[in-house]
Design a binder for this molecule. Structure first.
Ligand code: FAD
Length: 506
């Protein structure tokens, strides 16, 4: 990246939450579909590279421009349709519609359908049925300012991923502008992998099999585009599959006074996971400190209680079911597990229904606070960027995985803030390098861990993808077959290399 940007270097459009910054010759922020189509069509015709942006909350620099034009989706934020499809209710939204907009519209049950093309009478009937149901969009990435275009393009997921999957699993259709400048309406299942590969709407064929691309055997074009980090085209509309919300949601947060007790509690829960369990998260002591520091400047955090004195870690979990007795029996069992390990359940939080938002806010404060800490490091002179792991270790117990990371950190003389989703055995180890030498050691360690995860059959870039920040690690440690298949996908879907240059490949 250089600093020869015609956009002023302090333009927020040149960076994202990873703190990586880039450069660009211009910024277009179309206000409607036609303007977006024209802007992208003209840029394609002139051979101008484009970087698509949502809310720039990405943590891997995927939306940071690498020259050319930025196409921002923030003003494309309308609801365009509602239908009852084979999966139930589905909402058609523009890419700049945010997760917070969706939560609000589902809570009030009043999406603004002024942009809908449907017959008013038919729409009225459908809306009446829609309002009678309590619905939710199951993926629960915690950053609610993120846009639907960004969430789809990063195939985002939250703590409940092992139960509900990722963004792509909850899309029934995508509207997308591809390299020929055409906008396509792609319904789920319309373009499927066959023995020769994946036929594309542009008439090309992508000669690759889903496994090599890291996709499940039944995957279709939607699954490839979701998670594509803007490298394959511009998402101009998304059909969101809405699910019926289970009647009961509880949250429990325990604060063991040692990490050993937290690990032992997590492993006991994992040994016999209750049916109603949808997430199980671990936060270490440095994570609690990050939240405590952020609390001083973030008013919304002061509305939730402080962890008890002496807390050395936190174990946060959610239980969801239609049958409340399932949740009650699960929490009794978990509280007994807690007592058996000498943890004090009276020091825990028990939250019901909308109160669960408090424990979500608490866990979300860790990545949020890490961003502020990075800013402090940067103010000291070193241009630190997000440096975090996202691999899974299916071969290890949760405590073994954590123990291995702790040992290696000690041996490398590094410190980190560590939290993770225990149901996936996924740890996010976040380094805060204060100089180039520390950053080098952290990258070296991440490389070792990726090799071990690869040998153990784990997922390598599990959480936030690769973007620009993890490109070197991706090219050095991902399997040659996966790299070749992703290159083929890029070539087939973006033959002139004009979409999001610099993501995954140079
Ligand atoms: C505090 C914090 C917590 C977070 N927690 C989570 C979490 O729990 N789970 C999770 O998955 N992520 C999390 N994130 C990361 C981030 O919120 C997600 O990656 C999110 O999907 C990014 O959305 P965005 O609108 O900000 O996209 P951007 O950051 O603007 O862009 C992300 C990628 O999507 C592409 N893109 C955006 N719009 C389009 C479009 N219309 N067409 C094509 N490509 C497009 C961009 O080019 C880029 O490659 C967190 C981030 C923060 C700061």
């Amino acid at each position: 990246m250089t600093d020869k940007s015609p956009l002023p270097p302090d333009s927020p459009a040149l960076r994202d939450e990873s703190r990586l910054s880039g450069w660009a010759e211009g910024l277009g922020s179309p206000a409607d579909r036609r303007a977006a189509s024209e802007l992208i069509g003209q840029s394609l015709a002139k051979g101008i590279p484009m970087t698509f942006q949502g809310a720039r909350t990405g943590l891997r620099g995927a939306g940071v421009p690498n020259g050319g034009l930025i196409v921002g989706a923030a003003r494309l934020d309308r609801v365009e349709g509602l239908r009852r499809g084979q999966w139930g209710f589905e909402l058609l939204v523009q890419p700049g519609y945010r997760l917070a907009d969706l939560r609000r519209d589902l809570a009030t049950r009043r999406p603004n359908l002024a942009a809908s093309q449907a017959e008013p009478e038919a729409l009225k009937e459908l809306l009446a049925e829609f309002r009678a149901e309590e619905l939710f969009w199951p993926p629960d990435p915690s950053e609610t300012s993120a846009t639907m275009g960004g969430l789809a393009s990063t195939n985002a997921s939250g703590p409940n991923r092992s139960r509900f999957g990722r963004a792509a699993d909850h899309l029934s259709g995508l509207r997308v502008i591809l390299h020929d400048g055409q906008e396509y309406n792609l319904e789920r299942g319309a373009f499927k992998f066959g023995p020769q590969g994946l036929p594309l709407p542009t008439g090309r064929l992508l000669e690759a099999d889903p496994k090599a691309l890291g996709l499940p055997p039944e995957a279709d074009l939607l699954d490839l585009l979701a998670g594509g980090q803007g490298m394959y085209g511009f998402i101009s509309g998304l059909w969101l599959k809405l699910a019926k919300a289970p009647a009961h949601l509880w949250g429990l947060v325990f604060f063991p006074d040692s990490e050993e007790k937290a690990v032992s509690l997590i492993e006991a829960i994992l040994d016999d996971p209750p049916e109603a369990l949808i997430s199980l998260d671990f936060l270490d002591l440095p994570s609690l400190s990050v939240v405590s520091v952020l609390r001083q400047s973030a008013k919304k955090l002061r509305e939730i209680p402080e962890p008890p004195t002496g807390a050395a870690s936190a174990v946060s979990l959610e239980l969801m079911a239609d049958d409340e007795s399932l949740i009650e029996s699960a929490s009794e069992r978990i509280i007994q597990n807690c007592l058996d390990r000498g943890c004090d359940p009276d020091q825990s939080w028990a939250l019901v229904g909308t109160e669960v938002e408090k424990s979500r806010l608490f866990a979300h404060a860790v990545p949020e606070g890490l961003g502020s800490l990075l800013d402090s490091v940067r103010a000291g002179g070193y241009p630190a960027v997000m440096t975090a792991t996202d691999f899974t270790r299916p071969d290890l117990r949760f405590g073994q995985n954590l123990g291995e990371c702790r040992r290696d950190l000690r041996e490398m003389g590094l410190t980190a803030v560590t939290f993770g989703h225990a149901l996936d055995n996924h740890l996010s180890v976040n380094f805060l390098p204060k100089n180039a030498e520390e950053a080098k050691r952290a990258t070296e360690l991440m490389g070792h861990w990726l090799e071990r995860a690869k040998n153990a059959g784990g997922e390598l870039f599990f959480g936030q993808g690769v973007g620009k920040l993890k490109k070197e690690l991706f090219l050095a440690h991902e399997s040659p077959e996966r790299i070749a298949s992703l290159r083929a996908a890029k070539k087939a879907l973006d033959p002139n290399g004009l979409f999001n240059p610099g993501n995954l490949f140079d």
